[in-house]
Design a protein around this ligand. Structure first.
Ligand code: PNS
Length: 160
């Protein structure tokens, strides 16, 4: 059984993330989308909000599970018998860091493979930071985030 993990900050989930989740869920048996819980990293959305947004956005995929982890990704991977780490690539600039991470994770556990999913070109410009930047200035983010989380994101920036 192919059990994969798609780790990230998801602060917040974008349509680009969802596209990777959708395409990966079609080729593995089980996909865990795991949010990094790192008190040292400042995020706009709390861990509960990020998990809730992921749950709402992925409800239609029966083989997708939402979870969080802290510490090393490879420790979570081992504990949960995961054999594939999924990373999304939008541009060559993503590759250098992700390549290093893949080699570090292989050094820590050679039994686990990192697979790179190439972005859908229509989302290659998209990131959580771009969504936050546009939303913080009251710009339209409807085309950038899953419809299930649009209101939650708008509300957050209205209250800020
Ligand atoms: O969405 P992001 O912020 O680019 O996700 C980065 C993430 C969470 C995938 C990465 O920072 C991570 O795996 N962190 C956990 C710590 C770890 O295992 N680091 C790699 C070895 S140094």
């Amino acid at each position: 059984m192919e059990k994969a993990i798609y780790p990230g900050s998801f602060d917040p989930i974008t349509k680009g993330h969802l596209d990777i989740i959708s395409r990966t869920s079609a080729i593995v048996d089980h996909l865990i989308v795991a949010v990094l819980k790192n008190p040292r990293k400042q995020t706009v959305f709390t861990i509960e909000e990020r998990l809730e947004m992921l749950r709402r956005s992925t409800a239609r995929y029966p083989n997708v599970e939402i979870d969080f982890f802290s510490g090393l990704l490879i420790d979570y991977v081992k504990k949960n018998n995961i054999n594939i780490i999924i990373k999304g690539l939008r541009a060559i600039s993503d590759f250098e860091f992700e390549f290093q991470m893949a080699l570090v994770n292989r050094k820590l556990n050679p039994a686990v493979e990192t697979l790179f999913m190439v972005t859908n070109s229509k989302y290659s410009y998209l990131s959580s930071s771009i969504v936050k930047e546009i939303a913080s200035f009251g710009g339209e983010i409807k085309d950038l985030v899953p419809p299930e989380v649009y209101d939650l994101i708008i509300q957050k920036f209205r209250c800020a």
